[in-house]
Design a protein around this ligand. Sequence first.
Ligand code: NI
Length: 377
Amino acid sequence: MKNAIRLIILTLLTILSMSIIANAEDKLTVNIDGIPINYNDGAMPYISEKGNPMVPLSKTLQEFGATVTYDSNTREITVEKLNNSLIVPVDKQYIKVNGQNLILEEVTTIINGETMVEIMPVIHALRCAVNFQAQENILSIENRATYELLNFVDVVPDWAENPTPKIPVTTKQDLTGKKLIALTYDDGPNGESTSIILDVLKQNNAKATFFMLGQNVYNFKDQTIRTVNEGHEVANHSYSHKKLTSLGVNQLKQEIQNTQTAISSVTGVTPTLLRVPYGAFNQTVKANAGLPIIQWNIDTLDWKTRSASKTVESVLSTAKDGDIILMHNIHMSTAEATKTLVPELIKRGYTLVTVSELAQAKGVELQNGKVYNSFRK
Ligand code: NI
C-alpha cells in the first residue's frame, strides 16, 4: 500500500515537473506596424530559453510583404524584400546575407510543418526596424528601412553547420552568503601556461574569467573551446591589444567586434564583458564599448615581477569578499602562482567564481559602458 502511494506521488511530481518545462518557452505576440499577426492555425511564435523571439518564418514574412520561397532540394528558404534578400537554411544555425554568413543563436527548425526562425537578425538583415519588449512578450516589426548592414561572419563554424544542443555555462550553485573572489586572466589564450592554469582550476573545481585577444583565439582554438567547456567565462580584451583611447570610433568598435566574432565563431558563446587593454578608457571608449567594462581592484603586477611568490603574496595579503584580481595567463610564473593561490584561497573559505557570477551574486546588474573595479560590499 505504501508503495502504491509513493508511486502516485512520484507520478504527480513527474507530471508537475514536465508542465514546468513546457512553460519554459513563453508565448509571444508579433506586431507589424502595430497590428498583431493572427497565427490562427499551425505553429505559434514563442520565446526561446535564451530569450530570443522565434517565429513561423513564412506566415510572418508574408505579412511583412516579403517573398518567401522554399527549395526542397537544398532545404533553404529564400526571402526577398525590395532590394534585399537572404537565405535561411533549415536545421542550421546561420543565415546567408548577400553571400555572407551570419551566425544565429538559435537553430532554424521545422515545427508542425512551419520553419521557426530566430527573427531579429532576419529583420535586421532586411534593413528594417524591430523591437522586442521582453517584459510584455511583444515583438514589434516595422516596415521601415533603417538599418545599415551588419558586420557578417563569413566562415561558418562546425557547430553552426551541424548544431547540437549546447549546455548552458552558468553554474547553478547557490552563492548566497559565500565569500567570493573572481580571478581574471588576460592576454591569452596562448599555450602551455594557459593549459597549466586550466588544469589547476579544474582540479580545484574553481572558475575564472579569461579576457582574450581575438587574434589569439584563432591561433589557439582548442584552448578557447576547452575554456568554455570547463565552465569558465570567456570575455573580450580587444582584438590586438591596442590602446583603445588612441583609436578612432570605427577602429575602436572593430577591435571589440572582431573579438566578439572570433570567440562566438569558435565557441558558440558570445562574451558579455570587456576589459580594455592597459585599463585605458575615456568617454568615447565607454560610449562605444557596447559591453560592461571590467577593471580590477587587486593588481598582482605579475607581468612586471614575473615572480610566482610575489604574485601569490599580492593576493593573499589583501584579498576580500567581492574582489576582482588581475593576472596574465601568458606567463609561466603566473601559472606557478595559480598552483598555490587557488587551493590557498579555497582553504581560506573563498569560492572562486567568474566575474558575471560574482556580479550576479552581489546583486549588481552589469550595464554596457559602465566601469566596474570590484563587487566588495
Ligand atoms: Ni592586456
